[in-house]
Write a protein that binds this ligand. Structure first.
Ligand SMILES: NC(=O)c1ccc[n+]([C@@H]2O[C@H](COP(=O)([O-])OP(=O)(O)OC[C@H]3O[C@@H](n4cnc5c(N)ncnc54)[C@H](O)[C@@H]3O)[C@@H](O)[C@H]2O)c1
Length: 266
């Protein structure tokens, strides 16, 4: 059934965790939601869970490291609406590997870069024609508090989030001429499959406290078309993330390093 009136949101990595909670949040608010992932079983259960909500959830297989698949899935998804409209792209799919840098196989370093960085680039590029044709369109990238300061035991993961930060800041400026805003969400550790069994110096200092509801609510709030006095690009989620990001902006470099050294028990 063609539905041309609903606002639309396309979410990668939506079968589980933050992406899934975000898909349900937007569907409950009347959006036409595109929920894409490599996990077919998770998508099927999401489809069932979303069936009673006021919005509609379209699901499909997408490996974010495959740029052709991005183009196909986006085309299929917008065809569920008016063929052009894409209000929000949420680049959420991501993986994390924790451990000593030198003990991690090269393939694991590469995979994190492929999914967490290249996935964002491919998706954002493929979505551009639709975002450009939709007034006030937005891109939301899942960054992380690991991009505030380099994180021991999460070296490459943190580096991918620094890259996401750079992509977000630069594109938000570059695409303002198209009326497209680009935002980054900055949660600290969240209780999802990603952090299950992860034990680093920082997770033991700060705990894994945020829930997927905290993050999906924050994403929904960040995408409301409110007029802010000051343009906002970065959205820390939770008090510790807010305190750490604020602290790193105003404290001298040696102090930021010292705080991170202590938090990471290095
Ligand atoms: N959990 C945390 O502590 C935390 C903190 C800050 C930021 N984040 C970020 O939030 C995002 C979501 O994390 P989460 O905690 O919900 O993780 P999760 O592991 O619960 O879910 C990630 C989803 O991404 C999917 N995925 C993995 N590889 C994919 C690929 N190649 N193509 C498409 N989908 C793929 C998985 O199947 C899964 O459904 C990630 O970008 C992550 O880096 C998470």
């Amino acid at each position: 059934m063609i539905d041309v009136t609903r606002p639309t949101v396309f979410i990668s990595g939506a079968a589980a965790g933050i992406g899934r909670a975000t898909a349900l949040k937007f569907a409950a608010s009347g959006y036409l939601v595109g929920a894409y992932d490599i996990d077919e079983t998770g998508l099927a259960s999401l489809g069932k869970e979303a069936a009673s909500l006021s919005g509609r959830v379209v699901t499909g297989i997408l490996d974010v490291t495959n740029s052709d698949q991005w183009e196909t899935r986006l085309k299929e998804f917008v065809a569920e609406g008016d063929g052009r409209r894409l209000d929000i792209l949420i680049n959420n799919a991501g993986i994390l590997a924790a451990g000593a840098f030198e003990d991690m196989p090269l393939a694991v370093h590469r995979r994190q870069i492929d999914i967490n960085v290249n996935g964002v680039i491919y998706g954002t590029l493929a979505a551009f024609p639709y975002l450009k044709d939709t007034p006030g369109a937005q891109v939301v990238n899942l960054c992380s508090a690991s991009a505030i300061y380099g994180q021991p035991e999460l070296v490459t993961y943190g580096a991918t989030k620094f890259a996401v930060r750079g992509i977000t800041e630069a594109l938000d400026l570059e695409w303002s001429k198209y009326d497209i805003s680009v935002k980054a969400m900055w949660p600290l550790f969240v209780q999802t499959a990603m952090t299950q069994g992860v034990s680093t110096g920082t997770t033991s200092s700060l705990g894994i406290k945020l829930t997927v509801k905290d993050v999906s609510d924050a994403i929904f709030a960040a995408t409301r078309p409110v007029k802010r006095r000051l343009h906002k690009v970065h959205f820390p989620v939770g008090l510790p993330s807010k305190a750490l990001s604020l602290g790193s902006r105003f404290s001298p470099a040696w102090l930021t390093r010292e705080v991170n050294r202590r938090l990471s028990h290095t």
